[in-house]
Write a protein that binds this ligand. Structure first.
Ligand code: ATP
Ligand code: MG
Length: 392
């Protein structure tokens, strides 16, 4: 029925010479994400992406939802295409947008004419279609300044398109234009949100999960994989590298004072993540830390954990309150899974009184009791990669 989607590109249009790289990424990301919903033709022209179904049985609702999670799209509208004549445009407005106009208190028509050969100017198109729609829907007032509903008419080179108000897209930059980061992914609320925020800036994710079987269960690992599947709806395909962490935690428990457990464990996580990042071609690490949220996220604690890394450690949640983080977790659909009550490796050997103001030299002295190098390389060798597709 000639329905299609118009997606407006966001920041991409501000790019100069590398704009075509950005557009190419957006194109291939959309192609991949829409595959499960049927065959679609995807064209990028100027600042718009045209997504048209090529088969009768395309799942338009599914595809629409999927487009809403593709980074690089700033705004989107479902629209109807029609021939480039005023009768066809009016008919398309009535058939496709009639309910929207009838349900509104007031409306206006806004037109754009990319095809300068079209005989009417955009103002003339708006006036004529607006007048005829006002006659057809006498209950809805015309209000050109502050309308309840706007009908958009776009006359482009090939066809005309009519649509209602835009809806916001996922924003950000197309996945893949910003390099790769190694995300330390736990089963909590924060790290999936941190991954989403990096994904939004065009960054591909390699996830690293520290798994302490049997202290943490298979179910706890499944929960993390489920979180990755939910993130993949936005961030695209990714791999979760499951790192065996039991031996390290036991070594810490047996050789270090209790108040330092968490910090030394976090330093081990960072070292392993950095080794993994180098293998995987990641240029940074990302964590879900937020300043002051817990004892291991004070400024001193961050300094101490950061000291073992040379790669930049990105912490997109650093200045966010828990409430703000939860709002994003709900929006991206990870919250419900995050709060399922499975234990995390951090909770297994939690000290009763963790150090909040650790000193680096103290920690380094305590760590001398561990064979850090051997523990790190053994963990890296034992990694199990789990591939996560860009899901539905
Ligand atoms: P989250 O909600 O992300 O678990 P948190 O508030 O529970 O965060 P911590 O447990 O101190 O905070 O962890 C801080 C960060 O360390 C996490 O956001 C995550 O990036 C990383 N992390 C913690 N535990 C793990 C784990 N088992 N595997 C991988 N990364 C982890
Ligand atoms: Mg946690």
């Amino acid at each position: 029925m000639n329905e299609m989607f118009l997606l407006k590109m966001g920041e991409i249009v501000l790019k100069g010479l590398n704009r075509s790289t950005f557009e190419g990424r957006l194109h291939s990301n959309l192609n991949r994400r829409l595959k499960p919903y049927g065959k679609f033709k995807i064209r990028l022209l100027q600042s718009l992406v045209y997504v048209e179904p090529e088969e009768e049985d395309c799942d338009m609702d599914g595809a629409w939802e999927a487009c809403g999670r593709v980074f690089g799209v700033a705004a989107m509208s479902r629209s109807r295409s029609c021939d480039k004549d005023m009768d066809a445009i009016l008919r398309a407005c009535k058939e496709y947008l009639g309910d929207g106009i009838a349900g509104a208190k007031s409306f206006k028509v806004e037109s754009k004419r990319a095809d300068k050969k079209f005989p009417l100017t955009s103002i003339q198109i708006s006036q004529e279609i607006g007048g005829l729609l006002a006659e057809a829907y006498p209950e809805t007032a015309v209000d050109v300044h502050n309308p309840d509903y706007t009908v958009y008419v776009e006359v482009r080179e090939d066809r005309a398109y009519v649509h209602g108000p835009d809806q916001p897209g996922a924003g950000g930059l197309p996945t893949g234009v910003g390099g790769k980061t190694a995300l330390l992914l736990s089963g909590g609320i924060d790290s999936p949100v941190a991954g989403y925020m990096m994904g939004k800036r065009g960054v591909e994710l390699e996830c690293i999960h520290f798994f302490s079987y049997p202290y943490t269960s298979e179910r706890a690992k499944e929960k993390v994989l489920d979180l990755a599947r939910l993130m993949a709806r936005y961030c695209g395909r990714m791999t979760v590298h499951v790192v065996p962490f039991t031996k390290i935690q036991e070594a810490i428990r047996d050789n270090c004072p209790e108040e330092y457990f968490t910090l030394i464990m976090r330093r081990m996580m960072m070292r392993i993540s950095e080794a993994m990042a180098e293998k995987l071609g990641c240029m940074s690490l990302t964590t879900g830390e937020s300043l002051g949220q817990v004892a291991s996220q004070t400024m001193q604690a961050l300094m101490v954990t950061n000291a073992v890394c040379t790669l930049p450690v990105l912490r997109p949640l650093i200045g966010m309150d828990k409430e703000e983080i939860i709002t994003v977790a709900r929006k991206i659909g990870t919250m419900e899974t995050s709060i399922l009550p499975y234990e995390d490796c951090c909770t297994v050997f939690t000290p009763k009184h963790p150090k909040t103001r650790p000193s680096l030299s103290e920690i380094e002295k305590i760590e001398a009791a561990l064979d850090v190098k051997a523990l790190v390389s053994e963990a890296v060798e034992g990694v199990e990669p789990v591939y996560i597709r860009a899901g539905r």
